[in-house]
Design a protein around this ligand. Structure first.
Ligand code: NAD
Length: 406
């Protein structure tokens, strides 16, 4: 009878990953080595010996050579939103699952946008600066309620749609424009074009994604199209707007204020000076890319990615993986699970099941998912089976990786 593979259960967490992830992985039985900083390529390669799970944030580069030299590595958790720092193609080829936290800071961005919409509409930045300079100015001139104002949301994805719902609760009229078909939530109304949105909105807020075609998509023409006295917010990506054009429209008074959280050249460290043509302008809120930076979001990222890694190690489930087919099957009691990652070519399932049938092994549950070049099948079988089953499955030509989980 076959014994299950001894699954390496060591986790290496770098870059001060949130303690929520540490306790979650420890509760799942993993031995966690936690380090504060990122590691360079050579140190990372050495540190990965015997490690099944790697957790990083945005600084650690996980390149092909590092992944190829880490045969025990099963999964990489990016405890952040982006995954550019990981060679995803190499991870897929080697059967290493990658997870991230795409939604954990959505609410944080929405709340910052709301705070800024109210602050700009009331001209709070100017009142605050005047008070700190000893000036008592009680004037209501230029200060408005947000109730009844029209908010134009460009990009109605996770963040845009949630901002839509919360803004309506404040009594705002919401219109949106998205290049994809999106369901309008609540009373929000879809605009047929960006131009239509710009002409009717008191406040325009950008929440588009970072696809290359969005580079500088909002510039002189779009700012000119906005209503006189309108407000502008960008909390998505720095490269989507022309900052010089925004400055001109703020200085001319055509725009009454702006809030910007993201910039083309953001300082890499705390000591580096922040340079921007928007510095020093009145009723302009500048924030250092903190839209998603809250303690709640960090804890949520820790729990979300930590949970995905723990489930992948224990049950082989790949729900919401960045690179592998998504397969989630509750484990059947009293079974062993074969987690078979393979090339997505015809006949693989027939071959797996023929190997099992020829060894008189019954399938209790089975689920297949495919994604591009890869297929991933979870098969629950009884606990009595010969070793040769595992050997035969491993030897199949399309097999990328096979794990046996008990
Ligand atoms: N400031 C921060 O700290 C922070 C934190 C999290 C996310 N973000 C950024 O916020 C943005 C939105 O995030 P999300 O999770 O809502 O993304 P998402 O992918 O869920 O939504 C983006 C939406 O924009 C639409 N879109 C793309 N290009 C468009 C265009 N030119 N015109 C109109 N619609 C367009 C897409 O169809 C999609 O519906 C991303 O760029 C993300 O990087 C910033």
């Amino acid at each position: 009878m076959a014994s299950t593979n001894v699954v390496a259960v060591k986790a290496l967490l770098l870059e001060n990953v949130h303690p929520e992830a540490v306790s979650l992985l420890e509760r799942a039985g993993l031995e966690v080595d936690q380090r504060k900083s990122a590691l360079d390529e050579a140190d990372l390669a050495a540190a990965l010996a015997g490690v099944a799970v790697l957790g990083i944030r945005s600084k650690t580069q996980v390149r092909r050579a590092v992944l190829a030299g880490a045969p025990d590595l099963l999964g990489v958790g990016a405890f952040c939103i982006g995954t550019d720092q990981i060679d995803l193609a190499a991870a897929s080829e080697l059967g290493i699952a990658v997870f991230n936290a795409p939604y954990s800071n959505t609410r944080s961005v929405v709340e910052l946008a709301l705070a800024e919409i109210i602050a700009l509409t009331r001209r709070l930045t100017e009142k605050d600066q005047a008070m700190h300079a000893g000036v008592w100015d009680k004037s209501a001139l230029g200060a408005h309620e947000v109730r009844g104002r029209t908010l134009g949301i460009v990009g109605y994805g996770n963040i845009g749609a949630q901002l839509s719902v919360v803004s309506e609760a404040l009594g705002m009229r919401v219109v949106f424009y998205d290049t994809a078909d999106k369901l309008a939530l609540g009373n929000a109304r879809r605009c047929v074009s960006l131009e239509e949105l710009l002409e009717i909105s008191d406040i325009v807020t950008l929440h588009v994604d970072g696809r290359p075609s969005n580079s500088s998509f909002f510039g002189e023409k779009e700012f000119s199209r906005m209503r006189p006295g309108a407000l502008f917010l960008n909390l998505c990506r720095g490269f989507v707007i022309d900052h010089e054009a925004l400055r001109r429209h703020l200085l001319s008074g055509q725009l009454a204020g702006a809030a910007v959280d993201v910039f083309l050249d953001e300082p890499r460290s705390a000591g580096e000076e922040f340079a921007s043509v928007l510095r020093g302008l009145p009723n302009v809120i500048l924030t250092p890319h903190i839209g998603g930076s809250t303690e709640e979001a960090q804890a949520d990222i820790g729990a979300f990615v930590g949970g995905k890694l723990a489930d992948f190690v224990a049950e082989g489930t790949t729900a919401l993986s960045v690179n592998l087919p998504h397969v989630a099957l509750p484990p059947a009691a009293g079974t062993h699970r074969l987690a078979h990652l393979h090339q997505n070519v015809p006949g693989v399932m027939a071959e797996i099941n023929s190997v099992l049938a020829s060894h008189h092994v019954n399938v209790e549950a089975q689920l297949l998912g495919t994604r591009g070049d890869l297929g991933y099948a979870l098969t629950d079988i009884g606990i009595d089976y010969p070793d040769s089953v595992v050997t035969r499955l491993r030897e199949m030509d399309p097999t990328v990786r096979l794990r046996v989980l008990s």
